[in-house]
Structure formats: C-alpha cells, structure tokens
Write a protein that binds this ligand. Structure first.
Ligand code: SAH
Length: 398
C-alpha cells in the first residue's frame, strides 16, 4: 500500500470535519495537491498536525475525495469495506424482504460512509457506480465484500469517472452469470425493464419511488396528465395505473419513444390512449399554449446540471421559467409536480423559485405534498447537499 499523504485543514474548517463533514474540498485544505495519485489515503490534520480523520483522494465534480474514518488506527482494508457494506445492507433489510419491490439502493455514497460509490440492487443483480478513479482503486475490496455478503446473479458496474462519456466496456459486466436484458424488476407491484449493459441510465431512477407511488395512489385518478422530461415514462405508467384518463409523455431523446412503449406494454396498459412525443419540452409548451391545451397534472423532472451538458436547471431563473411555462397549461385546481435534483440549492430556495413563478404569473398556489430522498438513499445531516432531491406537489389556484 502507498504511503499516506497529509492534508492540513484550515482552522475555520477543523470543527466541521471533526463533527462529521465527509467531503475533502479545496477551500478547506491548506496544502491541497491535485497531483496526488487517485486512491491515496489522505490524513486530515489540523494546523498543529493533530489527527482529524482519514479518507482517500479521488477527484470528482464534487471535490477531492471523501473521509472514510475518524479513528486514527483504523486501516482502510478489506475488513473496513466489509464492515461498512454489512451495515449498509443491514439497513436495507426491509427492502430485501419486500414482496412488491425488488429494485433499491444498498450503498448511497457518503450516506453510508463510502463517498464516491453507489450500489443498487435489481432483482438479484447488483450495479456499482464508481464516481472517481480514487474509489475504483478499492474495487477489489468492494467487489469481494459484495461477494461475501450477498447472493447475486451477477455484478455490473459503471465507471462514471470516465469523462469520455463511454462508460461501456465489455458490456459493464464484472462477475457472476451475465443477464439477458432487459431484466424485469418490480417497484410497488409495477414492472420496469432494466438494462444494466447499456448506458449509465439503466431504465429507472430509483430515487423517485415514493413520488411515483403517491401519484398513482392519491393523485392520478380521472386526470389528464402531462409528463415532461419523461425518459422511459415511469411517472406516466404510474399515473395510468392510478386511473389517469390520458397521459402525455414528452422527451427530446429518440430512445424515449420505444422505451416508454415498452414500459406501458409491460404493465398491460393500452398505449393507444397515451401520447408519447419526442420533442424539446419548450417547443411542446409553446404548442400546448397555441392549441389551448390544459392539463389536470403537469410533472416536471428536468435533468440537473450534472446529468446533461445541454440543459442547465441549476439556477433560480431556469427553474422559475420552467414553472411559469407549466402554470400556463395547468388547469385551475390542477397539480404541478415539480422535481429538482441539483445539489446546488436546497428545499427552501426551491420553494422561493416556486413562489416567484406564481407571483410573476399573478396566481396563487398551495403546497400539498413534499418529498426528498427515499429511505434507501441514506443521507447524513452533516452533509445536507447529499439529500439532493426536492419534489413538491403544488396546487394551481387562480
Ligand atoms: N422523469 C424521468 C427521468 C428524467 S431524466 C423518469 O422519471 O424516469 C431527464 C430526461 O430529460 C432525459 O430523458 C433527457 O432526454 C430529457 N431532456 C433533457 N432536455 C430535454 C428537453 N429540452 N426537452 C425534452 N426532454 C429533455
């Protein structure tokens, strides 16, 4: 094992790290050296060289690595990863025992003490996402731990640090018995087609599970629903199963058409009564205004900055304008489901964008439901940015 490298924490950040902040960030380190080799163990010390924590070096959009331990003598070895992952799996026991859901996250990065890494479970298949070369350096420990702790059909992985955007190599298979894709997984009794061998987007975003269920069980019945940025149409399928009269799914990507048809058919739904439109949502909004279309429910789930280089919904202006477009085509008493997954603003800020959008359109509103990450996406209070998901159900009032 390589030698440890010492990073000195600036005085005003010492208490923050001592009380559990997990991200090694440039602004907090006096002697940050960007040339340190990925995967090197970092010792964080104060200005008097007193030990604070240890972690690893791994460059990510978010920072320069993650704290792994606050005990000076803890070795970052096979046992370390085994223990962390055992705890993480134990925490998801209710999910493993569920009879109607078999797709969930078992390791959620820093929420489980393993920043830079996520692992998801899809009916016996495991999918590892490596977010830096640094964490990938520990791959053998992590894969061995998974082998020891779980019964799996196969393990797949995505090297999300590969900036060429080509994560796929050798169909992303790691070990076990190769799957035949799509595999069909269940979420609250609903089927999803999942492809672990294609891109980083495997067919379903598990973090919206609770939102989908709520739409199906409490909002969709008898409604005419518009689902924007719809991808595989997951929200549309749940709405249709909840009794929506009609759904309209809009996404600019060509793949969304066949993937949405696949998702509807899997669940025995008639696609004749659904509209699936491949188009830029901003063009669709213009079209809908011109045709005087009005919806009972409009779902907004734009990509965050990190998800797409073309569209940026990180700022106040972008989301506020998106909401104004939605308000214009939502019926009185209708519901707008506004979702934001950027970690650059929190729920309070998000609510202020909503407030401005309604003020600027001279309308009022009522917040009727609110969601953040589901339980399997464990987050820690010391790193509130980790709880990135904000979903608000807004009733549109005159
Ligand atoms: N709501 C989806 C996930 C959305 S992912 C779900 O529940 O599964 C973001 C999607 O936005 C991608 O499918 C991408 O193709 C689409 N997208 C990005 N920019 C867009 C635009 N301007 N118009 C329409 N779709 C867009």
């Amino acid at each position: 094992m390589k030698k440890e490298v010492i990073f000195k924490v600036k005085g005003k950040f010492v208490n923050k790290y001592k009380s559990g902040y997990p991200l090694i960030s440039k602004e907090a380190i006096l002697n940050l050296n960007e040339a340190v080799e990925e995967g090197t163990i970092i010792r964080l010390v104060d200005e008097k060289n007193k030990f604070i924590a240890k972690g690893y070096f791994g460059k990510q959009n978010k920072g320069y690595g993650w704290v792994l331990s606050r005990s000076e003598n803890e070795q970052i070895d096979q046992r370390f990863f085994l223990n962390k992952m055992r705890d993480a799996i134990k925490y998801r026991e209710p999910f493993y025992n569920s009879t109607d859901t078999n797709a969930f996250r078992i390791v959620n990065g820093e929420g489980d003490g393993l920043g830079g890494l996520t692992i998801e479970y899809f009916d016996g298949y495991y999918l590892i996402n490596w977010y830096s070369k640094g964490i990938y350096h520990f791959r053998d420990y992590i894969i061995n731990a998974l082998k020891e702790l779980t019964k799996f059909k196969a393990i797949y992985h995505k090297k999300r640090f590969d900036v060429s955007g080509k994560y796929i190599e050798d169909d992303d298979f790691v070990t076990g018995e190769r799957g035949t894709f799509p595999i069909i997984v269940k979420e609250n009794g609903v089927d999803f087609a999942v492809y672990l061998n294609e891109s980083a987007m495997v067919g379903v975003f598990l973090d919206q599970r609770d939102v989908r269920r709520k739409i199906r069980d409490a909002y969709a019945d008898g409604k005419n629903v518009l689902n924007t940025f719809s991808y595989t149409g997951a929200f549309s399928v749940f709405a249709a199963l909840g009794g929506a009269i009609k759904t309209t799914s809009v996404d600019v990507a060509n793949r969304s058409l066949s993937k949405t048809i696949e998702q509807f058919r899997l669940n025995g739904l008639d696609i004749e009564s659904q509209d699936i439109i491949v188009e830029d949502v901003f063009n669709y909004f213009k079209y809908a205004v011109k045709k005087q279309l009005r919806f009972d429910m409009v779902i907004l789930d734009p990509p965050s900055f990190a998800r797409s280089k073309k569209m940026v919904f990180s700022g106040e202006k972008d989301y506020k304008n998106l909401l104004k477009e939605a308000i214009a085509i939502t019926k009185d008493q209708g519901i707008i489901v506004a979702s934001a997954n950027s970690s650059s603003f929190n729920m309070n800020k998000f609510k202020s964008f909503i407030d401005q959008a309604f003020k600027e359109t001279n309308r009022t509103y009522q917040l009727v439901d609110e969601f953040s990450l589901p339980k399997d996406f464990k987050s820690i209070k010391e790193f509130s940015e980790g709880n990135y998901l904000k979903v608000v159900f807004i009733k549109n009032l005159p």
